[in-house]
Design a protein around this ligand. Structure first.
Ligand code: FAD
Length: 398
């Protein structure tokens, strides 16, 4: 809920994305006096649902990964949102025309070998780039690298093998029919939030912590910092005294780039429901296209890494032209005049995100723990979107 700016509170939570909202809700439930301070004029951060052409489109997160163990599934149900349990298209075979089944089998086998080499590499004492586990020059290595750009936001050469291996996924994935972003934004309704209020400095030298914002200064007993790592690494929020270990950790956990593009489809019945194609099968700068997500007359394109960064820079017209070219290359030219751009994300240049999702650089898998550790039990750093269990006993009033 929108609230008036107050100059004092128990805890100031900075950043009204999924992490900050979850923290603010937990702290409010623990009867603490909380203010959620957000730079944008809306809650949700990288969870963003927009309505285009009458469809709820997720321009940020879309999938509830590990849905069998994901607290948002229950939260969504309690709030009247609908979880769509259709298996994700990447778990299904692609159409024969776009990717011959023999090639698909060879790709999946090469990918399985890559993952087992990665698992073995992650057990070694020294961390390595995940690209070391690729069979360099082998036929499917470029496509395995392309998949990393959608999953990690970066090419395998920039990815820590240990960090990648640490990621747990039960392979059960749901989506929210009304939009994942809409769900996260709804959760902010229950906490006092101040919008259009970027924070520029946190002074933790005194008994109370002083937070400088665009609406003036506030004092708090404790702070939760739930802004993207790139915001910390570029010192858009400065700390007094400085905390070099946090800056270094944030810089080694950068946000890579993943962007989405939505195309409206005329005559969609000819496309498979919840189908999927790659734009190319022999290179890493290509999109992955989800055909008719939720059965809607849409194509949802996923782009990652350098490819996504370049397309974002070129603007929507060039971005959609690239996608339409790739889709027609796979499905045939008859689609050229039946696809129309609806919306695209542009996270690399979003001033309050500066990227899409974080990964650890090779050799820096341990930095997540460094970033997450509290400072003097009153500066708390959130590092992921799913921290519904966050609980700060040290800030609780007795
Ligand atoms: C294209 C894309 C696809 C994705 N797909 C998935 C998916 O399918 N499943 C999944 O689980 N995750 C996905 N993610 C990742 C997921 O969206 C993020 O992990 C999650 O939303 C991050 O939440 P957060 O609260 O940590 O950060 P954010 O959502 O970035 O929230 C941080 C908040 O801090 C604010 N802020 C920044 N600077 C300041 C400042 N100076 N002062 C005050 N406030 C500030 C920002 O405006 C923002 O609201 C995707 C992300 C993208 C971009």
């Amino acid at each position: 809920m929108k609230a008036s700016f107050r100059q004092q509170c128990d805890v100031a939570v900075i950043g009204a994305g999924a992490a900050g909202i979850a923290a603010a809700r937990e702290l409010t439930a623990a009867k603490l006096d909380v203010q959620l301070i957000e730079a944008r004029s809306r809650p949700g951060g990288r969870a963003l649902t927009e309505i285009h052409g009458g469809h709820a489109l997720d321009l940020g997160c879309g999938w509830l990964h590990s849905a069998d163990d994901n607290p948002y599934v229950g939260i969504a149900g309690d709030l009247g949102f609908t979880a769509d349990k259709t298996p994700p298209p990447w778990q299904e075979m692609m159409s024969e025309d776009a990717f011959p089944s023999q090639d698909q089998a060879a790709f999946r086998s090469a990918q399985a070998k890559f993952y087992s080499r990665l698992e073995a590499a992650a057990q070694e004492p020294t961390d390595r780039p995940a690209s070391d586990c690729l069979d360099q020059g082998a036929p499917w290595s470029a496509l395995i690298d392309a998949v990393s750009t959608y999953v990690n936001g970066c090419e395998l050469a920039r990815l820590s093998a240990k960090d990648f291996d640490n990621y747990h996924d039960s392979e059960i994935n749901y989506r929210i029919t009304q939009g994942y972003g809409a769900l996260i934004a709804r959760l902010a309704d229950d906490v006092p939030a101040i919008y259009d209020c970027p924070v520029s400095r946190i002074d933790h030298s005194g008994a109370m912590i002083s937070v400088e914002t665009a609406r003036g200064a506030l004092q708090a007993r404790a702070i939760v910092i739930a802004v993207p790592t790139n915001i910390l690494a570029r010192e858009i929020i400065r700390f007094t005294p400085a905390i070099p270990s946090k800056l270094e950790a944030a810089a080694m956990l950068p946000l890579g780039i993943a962007n989405k593009l939505y195309l409206a489809v005329e005559g969609p019945e000819e496309l498979p429901d919840n189908g999927r194609i790659f734009g190319q099968i022999d290179r890493n700068d290509t999109g992955a296209y989800h055909l008719r997500p939720f059965g809607k007359p849409l194509i949802e394109g996923y782009f990652g890494g350098d490819c996504a960064r370049g397309l974002e820079k070129d603007g929507l017209a060039a971005f959609s032209a690239f996608a339409i070219e790739e889709i027609c290359g796979m499905l045939g030219n008859l689609w050229r005049n039946r696809l129309r751009p609806l919306a695209a994300s542009a996270w690399a240049n979003d001033p309050f995100a500066l990227g899409s999702y974080s990964h650890a650089m090779p050799g820096h898998w341990d930095k997540r723990a460094v970033l997450a550790s509290p400072v003097n039990n009153r500066l708390f750093f959130c590092r992921r979107g799913d921290i519904a269990a966050l609980f700060f006993d040290s800030t609780r009033r007795t």
